[in-house]
Write a protein that binds this ligand. Sequence first.
Ligand code: GLN
Length: 458
Amino acid sequence: MNLPLTIKETQEGLKSKKFSAVELVDTYLEKIKKYNDEYKIFLTINEEGAYKKAKEIDNSDFTLPLFGVVGSYKDIFLTKGIRTTAGSKILENFIPPYSATIVKKLENAGVISIGKLNCDAFAHGSSGENSDFGTTLNPWNKEYTAGGSSSGSGAALSSGMSLISIGTDTCGSIRLPANYGYLFSLKPTYGAVSRYGVIAMASSLDTVGPLAHTVSDVETVFNVIKGKDYLDATVTEKSINNKNSKFKIGIPKEFFVGGLSKEIEKNIGEVIKIYKNENVEFIDVSLPSTKYGISVYYIIQPAEVSSNLSRFDGIRYGGLRDSFGEEAKRRIMLGSYVLSAGFYDAYYEKAMKVRTIIKNEVDSIFTKVDALIAPVAPTPAFKLGEKTNDPLSMYLTDIYAATANLSGIPAIAIPSGFSDKKLPLGFQLMAPRFGEDILFKLGKIFELATDYKPKVAF
Ligand code: GLN
């Protein structure tokens, strides 16, 4: 069979007996076996479990919403009986006694879990280079980063090793790997999807969401994983019912100045033209405080990291503490500093106040527009090694991501072409909290207008 397949194509193929679920697993596993050693996309392959589930699907009546969908998870989601490392040596031998809620929900909906995906250790990073198990290479060009921290979640799809994948986004980690992989992805509203059984990075910012090849695949997966979970009190069940047939999108001027690559600026200009032809209106807007977003993020996030990582003390969880990598140590130190008695007011408290200002600005913009358009990152995928010695330049990769996480709003990453170097290009749309439906509608308008066809690198 020819990859990539969409969920619909997979399910039609299974129903019409064009192929079986076992043959689907054969196809994805063949890719994994051929390329995984070099590209370092999967950390653990669930071959036996995948075949067992595929046989069950082949003998079923094909009624579940995700029957036969081959899926994989960032290695930050607990999977009962299957090693879960968070990309860190500290958890090299950790076998969870239970599965994350989203893993259970997906498996109950018919997903065939094929394995666990590489990521930056504890999800700290934008390039996958902080993984303790080697760096994921970008299938579109192996000299470039696949994006982080959910690096395997993007590369598994762009290499045809999995149909859908799940990542986490604390400041861009679902959107960036999709953007660098010619994929769609959704960073949901904060609190829309359960985080029970997800290794926490920064709890006031962490979100869980899907990567896939089409908007409707992202939507289908989101509809399965979202919603109430009595094991996670932060989950709210809500959705804005948007009846609009005509949309208005804001272009925040602060997102189109400074370090944005000319290629991306031009590409988004073309995207806007395409939307205008489809009767979508654009207006210029301003979000003046979002320029502080990345500074605020790099105070609040390490503060929460320093607290969350304290459980890996070798007694409650984890092996030797000195197995923490450089990045985790940097964040624990920074976080402890901004929370310390003498500096709390100057850093943490101030950052929290600015976060509220950003949130209020964002909320008031959504009284004027249905969505906002922005780049995902300042440049297309960058070369491996380019930013590893300069943490600040690495942190700046997340400059356009921070607004959605700090204000808790949803954002969709959409592919929109290729650069001169043949690397994927894309953009993001953001909507008010629980406005995922607006993002799906706008994503589909773009797909239809451009006659979008999913692609894999090889
Ligand atoms: N790149 C950001 C960081 O390193 C965000 C990572 C994420 O979203 N998990 O903190």
